[in-house]
Design a protein around this ligand. Sequence first.
Ligand SMILES: [Zn+2]
Length: 139
Amino acid sequence: MKVYQRTENGTVTEVSVREALAEVNTAMMEGKRYVREMFSGRGQHSIEYKDGRSVRLVEVYAPREESEPREWHGTHSTFHHLHRMDETNRARCNRRIRANLVPPSGGRGPWGVFKRTRSEIENGESARLYTFCPKCATK
Ligand SMILES: [Zn+2]
């Protein structure tokens, strides 16, 4: 999610894209007479107000809200049947079931257990290949 980091005289806050652009538009239009100097670039704006306030707005990506845990992964024998793996990469339904190591996406870096959220998998290109362990789902 895109947001703007707003710095006014050294104080940093986070504002929505809409709020940031509203301030920029106001400074350019009806509030122009209160502005001494203004710079507007790609994802970056700075406004120097005549009252001495200096505002800088920079577009940033807000950290994604992780409401859903990344824990689904397959095993060596049934890589497309996914379990919820705990921190030690063992299935919640049966601790003898272990996650298999897979190559990194893009092929670079070490192999590992790259767990994903259920919605990530269900919304992915290969969603139809996967099934979810019903026992893990209810645990
Ligand atoms: Zn399971």
